[in-house]
Design a protein around this ligand. Structure first.
Ligand code: G6P
Length: 612
């Protein structure tokens, strides 16, 4: 994961770099550092801890360099420490490098370099890179303008694994080289300056014009120019793309935390995701898709593949696709799918769901599916992200930038888009048309029902105050509500560090009920009228054993049976996760606040997991 930022222009680089890192802290935050060129010497300032600690480093205010690179780390190789922080230099202090990704063959490369007399000072995989560049640079007899680029390219040819790299060289103070492979990196084009970042929001306040890089494309940046090369160093043309998001939408807008802001952005995220794709009177349209009835009829299976929260959105997608389209649908965790020899062929459609579009396991699962002949469709929130560039087709949630590590608006937008996709498939197949008509009506009413649901905030806050010191919490549901139970449980773990588990309510009696004891909290979701009575019986079983109960429901239940009831608006069961998850997102948020934790940056987690 890790976040990287770079700048080359006419302004002092250091404040721009630190500012960019602060916005990328969601990608990792155990150490940070910057490197600039100061009077033809490389300067490096780095330390363990949060980015803001960089402000305390002696001499940081005196940096004058107008070219620099920066990094915020999520440790993979070597514990968080000053030595292991980036940037890293080669032994001769000629090159400075920041890296996001993992070099899988670093031991082998380290040994090779040690045999050539190089010394290593950190435990990182990254430190081989500047030294390898130095090795190729000093062994290149040609002294032309491409010498630095050639050295970087030769070093990259030796690297196995994933990398987004920024490289500066004290002998080339007017150039920076960047390259990426399986790790994110974008270039922002300014006026007489260029910015580099792991993602777009971090530099959105400086520019809206971006170059998006494909794997193994090299860039030589100067103040006024960006020259692009393919993996054989042939020059290539790259078009600038204008990004519509504005910087303000990536800021907190007066909310205490990004997560809370993002929870309250869900009405607009859902509205934007519906966009013009769905209208009551006409068929669903996806400009990007052209699936025929014959193709869909001929499918043997649909796979929905993702990680974390995105996988939970997939679980809701399965319920909708199987019911409305009658196509067998499996949900798979990307890190399992990719190592399982899945049974896929040209009659399989593999759908990949990823907010960031950069999750390493999801990308690998996509590549595997393509190699096995399946058609691939990406669902992402980030235009131009890696999965969208790899997939045969891409469609987008329009949730806007999601900064908090715990995903909220991306999840509901993914469920929304999957519902619209299921409708598109059903209409193309001419199946379930009456149900589809009703579902469309309910979808169009969702944004205002989300607003209404979010009014439960005070009630949830007081419940959070009652349970924040608990050690275990259980979540129950049946059918589509069970998929929400899983997401609610993940949310609570992620940001409150309370152990929680979710179970299909009917499965409780087959083991987990042994854990129910006096005073334990059990939270249930009930939105499916066909299953409500069954779930009520299961809740009764835990009440008998002394559980404290919270119920989120849109059904008419006897409120007196439970300790707390949150009533949410009625809607079609298929899209009920978009409403029923909201009180539970708020619950995790307020529990985390009660415990005084950092909601947006929970321990050990990162927003974008670009390592496997
Ligand atoms: C990380 C994040 C989760 C996210 C998962 C998948 O684990 O902490 O919130 O659901 O990655 O991310 P993606 O960008 O692929 O949706």
């Amino acid at each position: 994961m890790c976040g990287i930022v770079g700048y080359i222009g006419t302004k002092k680089a250091s404040p721009i770099l630190i500012n960019g890192l602060l916005r990328l802290e969601y990608r990792g935050y155990d150490s940070a550092g910057i490197s600039t060129i100061e009077k033809n010497e490389i300067s490096i300032m780095k330390n363990k801890g949060r980015v803001k600690n960089l402000y305390n480093l002696p001499g940081i205010d005196d940096l004058e360099g107008t070219i620099g690179i920066a990094h915020t780390r999520w440790a993979t190789h070597g514990k968080p420490s000053k030595e292991n922080s980036h940037p890293h230099m080669d032994n001769s202090k000629t090159f400075s490098v920041v890296h996001n990704g993992i070099i899988e063959n670093y031991n082998e490369l380290r040994e090779f370099l040690q045999n050539k007399g190089y010394t290593f000072y950190s435990q990182t995989d990254t430190e081989v890179i500047p030294n390898l560049i130095h090795y190729y640079y000093t062994n290149d007899s040609k002294n032309d303008s491409l010498k630095l680029l050639r050295a970087v390219k030769n070093a990259c040819t030796d690297l196995k694994g994933s990398f987004a790299l920024e490289i500066i060289c004290r002998e080339s103070p007017d150039n920076m080289i960047v390259v990426r492979k399986d790790s994110p990196l974008v270039i922002g084009k300014g006026d007489g300056e260029n910015y580099i970042s792991s993602d777009i929001p971090a530099i959105l306040s400086f520019t809206r014009e971006f170059y998006l890089l494909n794997d193994l494309e090299f860039v030589v940046l100067s103040r006024n120019d960006a020259k692009f090369y393919d993996k054989n160093l042939n020059p290539i043309d790259k078009k600038v793309q204008t990004i519509e998001w504005n910087a303000a939408s990536a800021e907190k807008d007066g909310f205490d935390d990004y997560m809370l802001k993002e929870i309250y952005e869900q009405p607009s995220a859902i509205r934007e995701t519906i966009g013009a794709k769905l209208n009551e009177g006409s068929k669903c349209e996806f400009e990007e898709l052209n699936f025929s009835k014959e193709y869909l009829k001929g499918l043997n299976k649909i796979y929905l593949i993702a990680c974390g929260t995105a996988m939970h959105a997939g679980l809701a997608g399965k319920v909708m696709i199987e019911h409305l389209c009658k196509i067998p649908t499996e949900v798979d965790i990307a890190s399992e799918f990719r190592y399982r020899n899945p049974l896929i062929d040209d009659k399989t459609l593999c759908i990949f769901i990823s907010q960031s579009g950069e999750t390493a396991d999801t990308i690998a699962a996509l590549k595997l599916s393509k190699a096995n002949g399946a058609k691939t469709l990406a669902i992402s929130n980030v235009i131009g992200s890696s999965i969208t560039r790899e997939a045969d087709y891409s469609i987008y949630t329009h949730a806007g930038p999601e900064i908090a590590v715990a995903s909220t608006k991306a999840y509901t937008s993914q469920v929304m888009l999957l519902a619209i996709l299921a409708i598109y498939f059903a209409e193309t197949l001419e199946l379930s048309l009456n149900e589809v008509t009703d579902l469309k009506k309910d979808i169009l009413e969702l944004p205002k029902k989300i607003d209404e649901t979010l009014k439960c905030s005070d009630k949830i806050k007081s419940f959070a105050n009652k349970i924040y010191q608990e050690k275990d919490v259980f979540f129950l549901g049946r059918g589509i509500d069970e998929t929400v139970a899983r997401e609610a449980s993940l949310k609570l773990k992620e940001i409150s560090y309370i152990h929680s588990d979710s179970y299909p309510a009917g499965e409780l009696k087959h083991g987990p009920i042994a854990l129910i004891e006096n005073g334990i909290t059990v939270i249930s979701i009930m939105t499916d009228p066909k299953l409500v009575e069954k779930t009520v019986s299961n809740i009764q079983e835990v009440i008998t054993r002394g559980a404290k109960t919270l119920v989120v429901t849109n059904q008419d239940v006897d409120d007196n049976m439970f300790d707390y009831v949150i009533h949410i608006p009625k809607t079609n069961t298929f899209i009920s996760p978009i409403l029923s998850i909201l009180p539970l997102q708020l619950l995790s948020y307020y529990v985390s606040k009660e415990k005084g934790l950092d909601v947006d940056k929970p321990r050990n987690l990162a927003k974008s997991v670009t390592v496997e």
